[in-house]
Ligand binder design. Structure first.
Ligand code: NAD
Length: 287
């Protein structure tokens, strides 16, 4: 079978970036609305979480940005408030059950949380031999236990208040063999299965739970990983990673945020217990 070879570059990706990242000013003209819905987004200080926060606010949501980095969460909330939209920032390390309970307790004092976006996550590179127990546990604490903590604290509140929507950030690494991502793949596989489990157990409580599985997205997460793992070879690796999507480029965070917006809106009321790849053809078109 013939394999299509795609030549891409950072510049190619940048050209696309400008198409999908026009400035958000005030309430956006989006086809899907979240008016007056309170949305808690973890890892909202950077990358995909930041974009989800900005898009959801522009779609009418009252956004709560949660991040281990309070400065970053506050910066995003301030950008949203500068557009005369509502946002508040909270410091929250999702790997700590106590910290998550404290943060959501202060949120619940004031508000019902209609939508939880479990987005915070960290990366790790290495096969099983290169993954120390400490690395394995760290990835587990943030990427798996972090989502468990947030869902465990939010679900009783959602049940009492008549329902809600949960959206978890998984990855194509959950369902596809990606080289040197042993711990990361383990964690994202768990995200997909936690999503199905919660969706099943709470379907009768009017809680919808889905997950998104992106391929490579151009965020600080990716830039940091390239700088750390491929110093001096960053550009070559960027181009190689971009080309690994059959569509020939990486995703932009805005594209992930738009899928998240649809899945969290009432227009997606029939969708629960599903994993949505957004991957430029990575999972099915690489033959
Ligand atoms: P990013 O590094 O740009 O942002 C992640 C944010 O999470 C940061 O603001 C960071 O401070 C925060 N964070 C880290 N640990 C935390 C903790 N313990 N508690 C609370 N916040 C914490 O990353 P991104 O690329 O936007 O990735 C977001 C999510 O998307 C992650 O779950 C990641 O696994 C997933 N994802 C990313 C890609 C990609 O190519 N970028 C692909 C597939 C899936």
């Amino acid at each position: 079978m013939e394999t299509r070879r795609v030549t891409v570059s950072r510049e190619h990706n940048r050209g696309f970036e400008s198409l999908v990242t026009e400035t958000l000013r005030g309430a956006g003209d989006f086809p899907f609305r979240l008016d007056n819905k309170v949305v808690a987004i973890t890892g909202a200080g950077s990358g995909i979480g930041r974009e989800i926060a900005e898009v959801f606010a522009a779609a009418g949501a009252r956004v709560r940005t949660l991040d281990i980095n309070l400065g970053a969460a506050e910066e995003v909330a301030q950008i949203i408030r500068n557009r005369d939209l509502e946002a508040a920032a909270f410091e929250c390390d999702v790997s700590s059950g106590d910290a998550v309970n404290r943060t959501f307790a202060s949120l619940f004092c004031q508000d019902r949380v209609h939508i939880l976006v479990n987005n915070a996550g960290i990366a790790h590179v290495g096969n099983i031999e290169q993954t120390s127990e400490a690395d394995f546990e760290k990835i587990f604490r943030v990427n798996v236990a972090g989502m468990y903590h947030c869902m465990q604290t939010c679900i009783p509140n959602m049940v009492r208040r008549g329902g809600g929507v949960i959206l978890n950030m998984a990855s194509i690494a959950a369902t596809s063999g990606v080289a040197d991502r042993f711990a990361y793949s383990m964690s994202k596989g768990a995200v997909v299965s936690m999503t199905y489990s919660v969706a099943k157990d709470y379907i009768s409580k009017n809680i919808r739970c889905n997950c998104i599985s992106p391929a490579r997205v151009q965020t600080p997460f990716l830039d940091g990983f390239l700088a750390q793992s491929y110093a001096e070879l960053e550009k070559q690796m960027f181009d190689k990673l971009a080309a690994s999507q059959p569509i020939g480029r990486m995703a932009q965070p805005r594209e992930i945020a738009m899928l998240a917006l649809f899945l969290c809106s009432d227009e997606a009321a029939f969708i629960t217990g599903a994993d949505f790849p957004i991957d430029g053809g990575f999972l099915t078109l690489r033959g």
